[in-house]
Ligand binder design. Structure first.
Ligand code: ARG
Length: 472
């Protein structure tokens, strides 16, 4: 049995913060404290932050030009070592910040020990996560745009493909498949704008806030902000190290987006069942069964349907960590990273798989049209016709149509198969003209109000969406 109170290879105080410590941390302390296994993902941001900080320190006269040159060269080497997978990470050095700094000291000696002037790991980590999330948002935005583009291509190809529109998953009114897909294009557009919104608020620099109260050194926080592409330094040093609402916001946007994707995923699952057969997915996005040779399972769609479980969990996890946490920094906040990384990775894989499935699916137009033969999807059109042709109040028209629907059910036929004479038993003023409004293509073409399902209107909305979402 290993003695859990003293780490096997670490029995002296930390070289980074151990000045007043005689002994080293226990193995258990290292186990609970170390974040390097996951925060090494921040290495590029951490190094960029150090580079900017050093540049500013030199301009402020705190570092010499030689110090800066050594730091810059050393940091570049460390970045390459980590990217090449040859960097030796140490758990005893806790996190990415101390791992980088310790290696820099190994490489260049004294100048490395001056780099931590006027900064703290508290402002460092806050800076790193903001930089990381800013890139992550840009990546997600690109992915969302690609998904919109795939949806727009299918919507354009199917602007006239009729299918049942559902409410309560019961046949409601005829729509086009292109129209249905365009609903998702709009949802993804709002997802993008939510992410863009939090990117804007997030793009302020915590660097130079130091531990929590600022510093007595003559630093220039505006300079580091500019060097790192931030819009400005954060106004309050305590807020700068304590705030994680930017990450919460971003995860909330991710959770909403994942929820949208799960709705589309569920529709793909339904549409590809042998009850619907509206679409089929190729071998690329389905799996077989180990026992049932006939099976083609939409596993990718099912996993996208499931992912909000963990993404919403990630959001709730960070909110729970922050709730009631006193200012300024608390080690609790180290628990922010795994949920943030997990939410981003989960959403990214969902977006990629969804885009692949949308590109890949083939649409069975006959099955979609055939599904309109049941459920009386033209009933609203009949009621609307009674209103416009016979000037009937809509409530009366609704009632008369209900009786005609019930008669069609008795005859086991669709509304457009019901003989005119049978309809006239209920409403004697009806004539042959009623037959035209009952045709599915007519029903769809007639709904040409702004944002409606008529093919011409869908095409106009596709053109507008291409402009709004894909250009510029
Ligand atoms: N690894 C830490 C984190 O992620 C860095 C900040 C540590 N700050 C401190 N005062 N111990 O939050």
């Amino acid at each position: 049995m290993t003695d859990k109170t003293t780490p096997p290879s670490q029995n002296s105080a930390s070289s980074i913060w151990g000045g007043r410590f005689a002994g080293g941390p226990s193995q258990l302390m290292l186990d609970i404290n170390a974040s390097i296994s996951y925060d090494k993902a921040l290495f590029r941001q951490d190094i960029a932050g150090s580079r900017a900080h050093a540049t500013m320190l030199q301009a402020a006269g705190i570092l010499t030009a030689d110090d800066l040159a050594a730091i810059t060269t050393g940091l570049a080497q460390i970045e390459t070592e980590i990217a090449d997978g040859i960097f030796t990470f140490s758990e005893a050095l806790e996190d990415i910040h101390m791992n980088v700094e310790a290696r820099l000291a190994e490489l260049i000696g004294d100048p490395a020990r001056r780099l931590h002037t006027a900064r703290s790991r508290n402002d460092q980590v806050a800076t790193d996560i903001r930089l990381w999330l800013r890139d992550a948002i840009d990546g997600l935005d690109d992915q969302l745009r690609a998904l919109q583009s795939a949806l727009l291509t299918q919507a354009d190809a199917h602007a006239e493909t009729v299918m049942p529109g559902y409410t309560h998953l019961q046949t409601a009114q005829p729509i086009t498949f292109g129209f249905h897909l365009m609903a998702y294009v709009q949802m993804m557009g709002r997802d993008r704008s939510r992410l863009a919104d939090c990117r804007k608020r997030m793009n302020e620099s915590p660097l130079g806030a130091a531990a929590l109260a600022g510093t007595s050194h003559p630093i220039d926080r505006h300079q580091t902000a500019t060097l790192l592409g931030f819009d400005r330094p954060m106004e309050n040093a305590m807020d700068a190290v304590s705030a994680r609402d930017f990450a919460v916001e971003c995860m909330a946007a991710a959770a909403i987006c994942a929820t949208h994707l799960s709705r589309l995923a569920e529709e793909i699952v339904l549409w590809s069942t042998d009850r619907f057969t509206f679409i089929s997915l190729s071998d690329a996005f389905t799996t077989g069964s180990s026992i049932m040779p006939q099976k083609r399972n939409p596993d990718a769609a099912e996993l996208i349907r499931a992912k909000p479980g963990r993404i919403i969990g990630d959001l709730v996890s960070l909110l729970t960590v922050l709730k009631g946490l006193p200012l300024a920094y608390g080690k609790d906040m180290q628990e922010d990273k795994e949920p943030v990384f997990d939410a981003e990775a989960s959403l990214a894989v969902c977006l990629a798989a969804m885009t692949g499935m949308i590109d890949d699916m083939s649409v069975n137009q006959q099955a979609m049209r055939a599904a309109l033969a049941s459920g009386h999807p033209a009933a609203t059109d009949l009621a609307d016709y009674l209103v416009s042709a016979l000037k009937m109040p809509f409530r009366d028209a609704h009632h008369i149509t209900g009786r005609i629907v019930s008669l069609a059910d008795t005859h086991h036929c669709a509304l457009d198969e019901l003989p005119l004479s049978a309809m006239q038993e209920i409403e004697p003023r009806l004539d042959e003209a009623v037959q035209t409004v009952l045709s599915i293509d007519h029903c769809v073409a007639a709904r040409n109000s702004f944002g409606g399902t008529a093919p011409d209107e869908v095409r106009a909305r596709i053109a507008a969406a291409r402009k709004a979402f894909l250009e510029g």
